[in-house]
Each structure stands twice: as structure tokens, then as C-alpha cells.
Design a protein around this ligand. Structure first.
Ligand SMILES: [Zn+2]
Length: 234
């Protein structure tokens, strides 16, 4: 199956949290989308790998992604190795996306930072004919980096105002990670009562920057080309 968009997150809830609205919007526009989780999130303080797999499948359904795969790398140990890179290359050549989404490289969580580098290297190497996987080579056109740090100006912002309910429901599908007054598991940043409000505030901020209700920000390496300025700014 060929996909238009493939998003890579280190843990099963990352894509939902940082690009869930964009994934929902692209599916609504008729593009075929997919998510790859690098790990099963088994090192997470709350929930189990099995529960998280179930939650991730539910979130994928809500975002209408056609494919959700898990690379099975070790949570907390995501590293840029030739073996891990090859796993990503196989998926890129299998699904042949034009757009790849992943974490911004400057992130204090080592798994996020390493996922970013791993995906960027795989996107490049996937286009090299001499890297053999018994598949045709394929290099996606661009990587859109999400969860950009506060000091980095977005390259662009996607208006996701019409897809907030879907994104919220997809995030809520990861129930084991979020605030639950009846839970006896240890608390984490995500499980704080205010966490979802903070997420919403960031997206309101990005939305405000483009005069919309909610937005998701992305960074690209290089400068964004506009083919037709009149059409673009009309
Ligand atoms: Zn994560």
C-alpha cells in the first residue's frame, strides 16, 4: 500500500500529541496516512506495552490512519544504528510516502532526539540504490519536524481548527497515560490534571499566529518554496 504521509513518533502517543490535528486533516482531505511508533512505550511509568498497543490502535482509528506499525525498538534506548536505520528504510520503501513527519531533533527526551536523527538518516539512505532491501529505492520529498522548541520559529503552521475534536479523542485514547483520579500508578508529566490544557494552549497560541482557532507548527530544513504567490496569498 502506498501512503501520502507517514509520521514517526518515538512512543505510541507522540504523533497524536504533536501532530494529531494535522494527521486528521490530511486524512479528511483524502490523503492516505500512516503512523509508525518506534517503541511500545514499555518503559513508560504508567500502563503496559499490551495496553498501550490497544490504545494506539484506537487512536489510529479515530485519526483515520490506514496503517499503524510498531518498530519494536527498546523504549528508552532508541539509538541511531545501522540495524534500526534499515528497519526505517524498509518501511519507507514499503509505503513510499511523499511527506514524512517526525520529532524535531533538539528535544530533551533522548528517544525523541534519536528518532529524529534516525528518521532523517533513513529518509536519505532510502533513496540510495546500493542499500539493498529487495525493494525499490524511495526518498520522500520532505521531512516536517514537529514539537519544535519555544525558541524556534515555525516554518509554517497548519490550521487544525476543524479537527480538534478528533485530535482530542485520539489523545484521550491513550487513557493509561493521562490524568485519572482513580489511578494508583505513579504520576508523570502527562498524568497531571493540567497537561491537556497546556497542550490546548500551545495549539491556541499557534492558531493565533495565523489568525485561526487552533494550529500545529512544523519546521523544515531549508526555505519553503511558494510556486504561485498570487494564488497562495489570495
Ligand atoms: Zn515520547
Amino acid at each position: 500500500m502506498q501512503l501520502d504521509v507517514l509520521a514517526f513518533g518515538a512512543h505510541p502517543d507522540d504523533v497524536e500529541l504533536f501532530a494529531g490535528g494535522t494527521m486528521a486533516k490530511m486524512a479528511a482531505l483524502g490523503y492516505s496516512t500512516g503512523i509508525v511508533d518506534m517503541t511500545r512505550g514499555e518503559l513508560g511509568t504508567r500502563g503496559t506495552a499490551a495496553l498501550r498497543r490497544h490504545e494506539a490502535a484506537k487512536a489510529a482509528e479515530i485519526l483515520r490512519v490506514k496503517v499503524r506499525e510498531n518498530l519494536g525498538l527498546s523504549d528508552g534506548e532508541v539509538s541511531v544504528t545501522p540495524q534500526a536505520r534499515l528497519k526505517v528504510i524498509r518501511l519507507l520503501r514499503k509505503y513510499r510516502p511523499q511527506l514524512v513527519l517526525t520529532h524535531y531533533w533538539d528535544d530533551r527526551h533522548p528517544d525523541h532526539a534519536h528518532t529524529s536523527r534516525l528518521v532523517a538518516e533513513a529518509v536519505h539512505h532510502s533513496g540510495l540504490a546500493k542499500i539493498k532491501t529487495r525493494q525499490e529505492r524511495h526518498r520522500p520529498r520532505i521531512i516536517l519536524y514537529f514539537k519544535i522548541p519555544p525558541h524556534t520559529i515555525p516554518s509554517f503552521i497548519v490550521d487544525v481548527s476543524d479537527h480538534i475534536e478528533q485530535r482530542t479523542a485520539a489523545i484521550a485514547a491513550h487513557r493509561s497515560q493521562l490524568f485519572d483520579p482513580s489511578s494508583r500508578e505513579p504520576s508523570t508529566t502527562l498524568s497531571q490534571p493540567d497537561f491537556l490544557t497546556h497542550v490546548e494552549t500551545i495549539h491556541s497560541f499557534y492558531g493565533t499566529l495565523i489568525g485561526k482557532k487552533k494550529g500545529e507548527a512544523f519546521h523544515i530544513k531549508g526555505i519553503l518554496e511558494i510556486k504561485d504567490p498570487v494564488l497562495h496569498f489570495r
